[in-house]
Design a protein. Structure first.
Length: 137
C-alpha cells in the first residue's frame, strides 16, 4: 500500500496573457498554482485558479526574486514546478538555474542557446546568415 500522493505546486512566473493561460489550464486540472508577477495590474492577479503573489522584478531585482523563490521553496513538501511565461523570467531562470534546482524542477535549454533565442537583437544576424546559406543551396 502506498501513502497519499502529494501534487507538486506549479509556480507560474508572469501573470500576463501567457501566464494567465497557464494558470487556468493547470488550475482546471486540479494542480495547485502560485502565480507570481511584479506588476499587480496583470490579469492573472484576478484569476480564481491561482494564489497570486507580488514578487521582485526579474530584470531590476533578480537577487531579491531569487531570495523570494527560495523562501517559497523551503516550505514545499516536494519540489515545485517553475513555469516562466515571459522572456524576463526565462532569462532570470537561466541565470539562476543552479540555485533554483534546490527546490524547483523546470525544463530549459542550456543558457547560451536560450539567451540567443530570447535576445532578439542577437538572433537576427544569425537568422539572416542562415537564410543566406539556405538561399545559396
Amino acid at each position: 500500500m502506498t501513502g497519499p500522493s502529494v501534487t507538486s505546486t506549479a509556480f507560474v512566473l508572469s501573470l500576463f496573457d501567457t501566464g494567465l493561460a497557464a494558470v487556468r489550464s493547470l488550475g482546471r486540472a486540479g494542480i495547485p498554482v502560485i502565480g507570481l508577477d511584479f506588476n499587480p495590474r496583470m490579469p492573472g492577479f484576478k484569476s480564481r485558479y491561482c494564489t497570486p503573489k507580488l514578487c521582485p522584478d526579474p530584470v531590476h531585482q533578480p537577487d531579491e526574486l531569487l531570495r523570494c523563490l527560495l523562501e517559497e521553496g523551503k516550505h514545499l513538501a516536494q519540489p515545485g514546478i517553475l513555469i516562466p511565461a515571459s522572456d524576463a523570467f526565462v532569462l532570470f531562470m537561466v541565470r539562476y538555474r543552479a540555485d533554483l534546482r534546490q527546490y524547483f524542477r523546470f525544463a530549459l535549454p542550456e543558457g547560451e542557446t536560450l539567451e540567443a533565442m530570447v535576445e532578439k537583437r542577437e538572433s537576427m544576424p544569425k537568422l539572416v546568415e542562415l537564410r543566406e546559406a539556405v538561399s545559396r543551396s
